[in-house]
Ligand binder design. Structure first.
Ligand code: GLU
Length: 553
């Protein structure tokens, strides 16, 4: 077989060579050790947390080595393409600060290695495909796509039993030039298959950036690398694009480890050094129902979608910190040792990459988020909450914006200082978390009085109401409640504990009921400030209302 003739027959209009493209796209001029990474989403759905995890590694690796991170759009599978999925993914990456300056971006394709959109690179793929044909490492396959599954399975079974591999008896592998010509004249459609030279049982050693050294079986399968519509499949596009865009480390999902032997064989066939690979860990979670550990799933887990965190109003920084915690096991000790350090200061080191599948744990994210929010100044917190509400919850926006001073007062309690209060997990909680700060708030149920004597409680509250004055300070406020409570046989904790049967309750019980009457909660930020903010009239009306509720309970 004259492979050059075959190549010209299949790709008569492809005139450029691989070298031409290497001249058009010269190597990047980067310092030694600089890593070039890329995020290569397919526009087939929402931005999955697993993809985000990989993109975060891409960005960190490039940044920590003074390298380049770029985005490439892998849109060759038009059947699975969802319109605008690319735009949404880019917008999310931008919001989460994982957004490069090179590649397929919201403002267009930017950079010296464009086009970064695979559907615009078909002629480049043709050049590589033609080359592979010309060196005898790819061939056209005219086998019709058969609808009959049984027939295919039977063929396969025969092929396997005859030759141990599917490829070696591929009917199109050794077609003569004349046979190919005849097919083409008939207008028969063809796909291009890579010709594998791998032998069953051969192995090779591969070092994965996340998983370490692995011994893998060599590829033996003649995979399709260009579909019959002329569009390349991932395998060819990956080899071509990561070569011409000078990617040094490919970070990609674990699912690609299975075809890595094919990719390595293709690089070898092209005489190109393959990039390094990191097959990133899978994010897993404990299934709520079964308790089993499973891959986080876009079907069942809303938190698989990165948009979930924005809708809920988790601060970007919290999500980024949480993902860092999943990526690197030494992030957390660093964060604890450097509580005031910015996330950008984290000294990312690829050698600490998680090797086992990290467990998704919303409680951990919530914890990180509370800490992040607790560090905002009141103004910062309020503005972030409003910014969130404006986009995601007009209802919350109206409530908070129309009562800005009230919300600001309660958000501001115990902010700043060494041990700030940590009660906000996400912005979507704020309107209802502090609803008691609004003028029309009232409790509608009584809580269990426990061991507290009802009559004494009523008398204490009525006395407190009748003599109510706004206090100037927290200590004055507390002393006052304490005095009224003592007057009605509530005791301080020490005395109460010694002989509870002698008392109506403890002072802390008395405060608890005042707190509940005012806020409908057992735990709140400093009650003195809340009562001061609400004002005397409202406080009295809530206390009176509560007295009525107890009376009728
Ligand atoms: N488009 C591929 C995917 O979404 C990218 C794999 C890669 O990063 O190489 O799975």
């Amino acid at each position: 077989m004259n492979y050059i003739q075959l190549a010209n027959l299949l790709y008569p209009n492809t005139t450029k060579t691989i070298q031409d493209y290497l001249d058009i796209y010269p190597a990047r001029n980067l310092p030694k050790g600089a890593e070039v990474t890329r995020f290569a989403p397919s526009p087939t759905g929402f931005l999955h947390i697993g993809s985000f995890f990989g993109a975060s590694i891409d960005k960190l690796l490039a940044k920590s080595t003074n390298g380049i991170f770029y985005i490439r759009l892998e849109d060759t599978d038009d059947k699975r393409t969802i319109s605008n999925a690319d735009k949404f993914a880019l917008e999310l990456l931008k919001k989460f600060n994982i957004y490069p300056t090179e590649g397929y971006l919201l403002d267009g394709q930017i950079g010296n290695y464009a086009p970064y959109k695979q559907s615009e690179r078909v002629e480049i793929y043709n050049t590589f495909a033609k080359h592979l044909v010309a060196i005898g490492r790819a061939y056209p396959c005219f086998c019709k796509k058969r609808e009959n599954k049984e027939e295919i399975m039977q063929d396969r079974a025969e092929q396997i039993s005859n030759a141990n591999t599917i490829n070696s008896s591929d009917p199109c592998r050794e077609l003569s030039l004349e046979q190919v010509q005849r097919h083409l004249q008939n207008g028969d459609k063809w796909a291009l298959r890579f010709k594998s030279l791998g032998k069953e049982g051969e192995k090779f050693t591969f070092i994965d950036g996340a998983k370490g050294e692995r011994v893998l079986a060599k590829n033996t399968i003649d995979y399709v690398i260009v579909k019959s519509n002329g569009v390349p499949v991932y395998h060819l596009a990956h080899v071509v694009d990561d070569t011409l865009m000078y990617t040094t480390t490919v970070v990609r999902g674990n699912e690609w480890l299975g075809t890595l032997p094919l990719h390595i064989e293709m690089f070898e066939a092209l005489n190109i050094t393959p990039p390094k690979y990191i097959h990133s860990a899978l994010i897993v979670k404990k299934d709520d129902k079964t308790g089993n550990t499973r891959k986080i799933s876009k079907r069942y887990d809303p938190e698989a979608n990165m948009n979930y965190y924005l809708i809920k109003g988790y601060p970007i920084e919290a999500v980024n910190r949480y993902v860092l915690n999943l990526i690197n096991s030494n992030y957390e000790p660093w964060a604890i040792a450097n509580p005031n350090a910015k996330i950008e200061e984290y000294p990312f080191d690829i050698t600490n990459l998680t090797t086992s599948d990290p467990m998704f744990d919303i409680a951990k994210l919530n914890d990180i988020s509370k800490t992040v929010i607790s560090k905002y100044s009141t103004e910062e917190a309020l503005s972030k909450i409003l910014e969130w509400a404006k986009e995601y919850s007009p209802e919350d926006y109206n409530i908070i914006a129309n009562n800005k001073n009230l919300y600001s007062a309660v958000i501001g309690i115990d902010r700043g200082g060494e041990r700030p209060r940590k009660d906000i997990t996400m912005f979507s909680e704020v309107a209802s978390l502090y609803d008691y700060i609004l003028p029309n708030f009232n409790v509608d149920t009584v809580i269990d009085l426990g061991n507290v004597a009802k009559q004494n409680l009523l008398e204490f509250l009525q006395d407190y109401i009748s003599n109510y004055t706004q206090s100037a300070s927290n200590s004055e406020w507390f002393d006052k409640i304490k005095q009224f409570a003592l007057n009605h046989n509530f005791a301080d904790m020490k005395d109460y504990k010694k002989a509870p049967e002698n008392y109506a309750g403890s002072i802390s019980d008395a405060v608890k009921f005042v707190r509940y009457a005012i806020t409908g909660r057992i735990n709140t930020p400093e009650l003195f400030t809340i009562m001061k903010t609400i004002g005397k009239t409202d406080c009295l009306s809530r206390l009176n209302h509560f007295v009525q509720l107890i009376k009728s309970s």
